[in-house]
Write a new protein. Structure first.
Length: 253
């Protein structure tokens, strides 16, 4: 039987790359996203839900729909996230802090909360949570994002401990700087805050990796496919960076 895969923030960016990678291997794919226009571009064969991952009622309703439609869930990719503000800690408002935590951490928690009963009843499943290298090292001027992504790692390790006895695995992927629109926004904001050009900030991030470059969404997607596969059947509670090997997490030149 083909895998049943739910991907939050699955209509664009890294999530879309995950959805396409799973679909290419014959999986049944369901994408959740807050962007209706992006959802409209998804293939007809995919399940789709317009949902805010921080809205518990909406998440519960989506999982009920998945249960009715599929009867269960084999793979959860809790991928939804926002960049949050780019500012020193004293310049971050509490509202901006809470908004970043809500999507990045609350959203992962709610996805795991509602996926767990289905996977436990099956005696199998794989949860893949998207953290970040910011959740391993911290980043200057990104305190809400880094705090949320550290939280995702703690959640992942706890899920692995809670669910392992039921045959359910949980792992976190930590992408580095990913080429795309979201990282482009970070680059532009940091450039403005530091009085630098966008290219100077980009070079600082790239120079912080041993491979000297950003990664692409497909690199993260391929890791997700591996972690959901039988080849990773005893891989759980792990935090795996896909980042070109970060050697200096501080992107300042």
């Amino acid at each position: 039987m083909s895998q049943r895969v739910l991907i939050t923030a699955g209509a664009s960016g890294v999530g879309r790359a995950m959805a396409e990678a799973f679909a290419a291997r014959g999986a049944r794919v369901w994408v959740a996203d807050v962007d209706g226009a992006a959802l409209d571009t998804c293939p007809d064969g995919w399940g789709r839900s317009l949902v805010d991952v921080a809205d518990e009622a909406a998440m519960a309703a989506m999982f009920d729909e998945i249960r009715r439609g599929w009867g269960g869930l084999d793979v959860l990719c809790a991928n939804a996230g926002i960049a949050g503000p780019t500012a020193p800690v004293e310049g971050v408002t509490l509202d901006d802090w809470r908004a970043c935590i809500a999507v990045n951490l609350d959203g992962a928690f709610l996805a795991a909360k509602y996926a767990a009963p289905m996977m436990k009843s099956q005696g199998a499943g794989a949860m893949i949570l998207t953290s970040s290298t910011a959740g391993q090292y911290g980043y200057p001027n990104r305190s809400p994002y880094a705090a949320a992504k550290w939280g995702v790692i703690g959640l992942t390790k706890t899920l692995a401990m809670e669910l392992g006895a039921y045959g359910v695995r949980a792992n976190a992927i930590c992408p580095g700087a990913v080429e795309g629109l979201r990282m482009e926004g970070v680059l532009q904001r940091e450039a403005a805050a530091k009085g630098m050009t966008r290219d100077q900030v980009y070079a600082g991030y790239a120079a912080g990796t041993s491979m000297g470059r950003f990664i692409e969404a497909r690199d993260v997607a391929e890791m997700a496919v591996f972690l959901a596969s039988d080849a990773a059947r005893l891989v759980s509670g792990q935090v795996i960076a896909v980042d070109g090997h970060t050697v200096n997490p501080d992107p300042r030149p």
